[in-house]
Design a protein around this ligand. Structure first.
Ligand code: PLP
Length: 363
């Protein structure tokens, strides 16, 4: 059977190693710190575990088809209508809905280079042209460059904010100036997979712009802050007219019953949310300061990870961390061969990481 020709050069998404793979490779190591996929290092919320136990006896039933209960909970959180919320099997699926519903073959999207890989992956699958705009010298989204790159074929702009893998964000005034100059027909997809970790008050959330009537769609996930990566749950926020079209391409029951129950439960677990945010914000400050003091460039992150440039010592440091049971993400595939992306871990993991790096560079 002949495959679609434009798929022939596509490569599968390169994921971080799973816990099983890590355990297999780590041999005799007893403690492993998985800092390679930006998951919640606290593990799942205890309330979620309890809710899932109770729901196990219901898994022979389909979930609520409209997902209204969870959409309502999210709409209350964001002070929007439930019709302005759509659920996905991970936020990746919400991104794919946009391609399915709106992007024709030959249309054009703009992305930052590098950024989260799935925008271009979907573009390739759906035959959509990609215009890549390099990050600025400071590795931020280049909004000016994006405006210059617009063409009559540009339909959407995908921007991860915080950006993956640098963790950086732009200020409200920069976004405002951008929207003032952007043609109304172009939709900006603000991917806030790490939005819950933003601390800087000058950094806006996409919902502000939706409420102002700008052409924005926000994509969010339960995989990071809410600790549900394995259950696959994400959502989109946007104008009713857009969500209504996305609903048409959504498979029935795309989100499984356990994910719905877990999502509802963790949304109400404010203690877990507070603990997660405190852990990440404190750990982020600690790691940024400690690595900077060791002489490495660390980008100012608003996410639950940091990107550090370790120069020519990168491989040595990566190997030393591996041997100590600390798994981080090399960034060669993103075009940053001397950098590592490090998920903020529990206090003990962060301290050990610094200790290992100190030992490595002094040895
Ligand atoms: C920027 C960004 N967007 C989206 C996702 C996908 O998340 P999900 O697990 O919700 O599909 C990720 C995951 O790493 C990400 O980094």
């Amino acid at each position: 059977m002949k495959v679609k020709p434009w798929l022939s050069h596509l490569k599968p998404y390169p994921p971080g190693k799973t816990l099983e793979e890590i355990l297999k490779e780590s041999g005799s190591l007893t403690t492993i710190y998985k800092l390679n996929s930006n998951e919640n290092p606290l593990g799942p919320s205890p309330k979620v575990i309890e809710a899932l136990r109770k729901s196990l006896s219901e898994i022979h039933l389909y979930p609520e088809a409209s997902y209204l209960t969870l959409r309502k909970a999210l709409s209350e959180k964001w002070e929007v209508f439930p019709e302005e919320v759509i659920l996905g099997n991970g936020s990746n699926e919400v991104i794919e809905f946009l391609f399915k519903a709106y992007l024709f073959e030959g249309d054009e999207i703009i992305v930052s280079e590098p950024s989260f890989l799935m925008y271009t992956k979907f573009a390739e699958i759906y035959g959509v042209n990609i215009k890549r705009v390099s990050l600025t010298g400071e590795l931020c989204h280049d909004l000016e460059g994006i405006l210059k790159a617009l063409s009559p074929k540009t339909k959407m702009i995908f921007l991860d904010h915080p950006h993956n893998p640098t963790g950086q964000c732009l200020k409200r005034k920069d976004w405002e100036a951008f929207f003032q100059r952007l043609p109304k027909e172009v939709l900006v997809v603000m991917d806030e997979a790490y939005g819950e970790f933003i601390e800087d008050e000058e950094v806006p959330l996409g919902i502000e712009f939706i409420k102002k009537g700008y052409p924005v769609m926000v994509v969010r996930t339960f995989s990071k802050f809410y600790g549900l990566a394995g259950l696959r749950l994400g959502y989109g926020l946007g104008r009713k007219e857009i969500i209504q079209e996305l609903e048409k391409v959504r498979q029935p029951f795309n989100v499984n019953l356990l994910a719905v129950k877990a999502g509802l439960s963790v949304l109400s677990d404010l203690e877990y949310q507070k603990k997660t945010r405190e852990l990440v914000l404190t750990g982020r400050k600690f790691l940024t300061k400690a690595l900077s003091e060791l002489g490495f460039k660390v980008y100012p992150s608003e996410a639950n990870f940091i990107m550090g440039d370790f120069g020519k010592r990168v491989d040595q440091i990566y190997e030393a961390l591996l041997s100590a049971g600390i798994f981080v993400r090399p960034l060669k595939a993103y075009g940053f061969p001397t950098s590592l992306r490090i998920t903020i871990g529990i206090e003990e993991a962060n301290a050990k990481l610094i200790e290992v790096i100190k030992r490595t560079i002094s040895g």
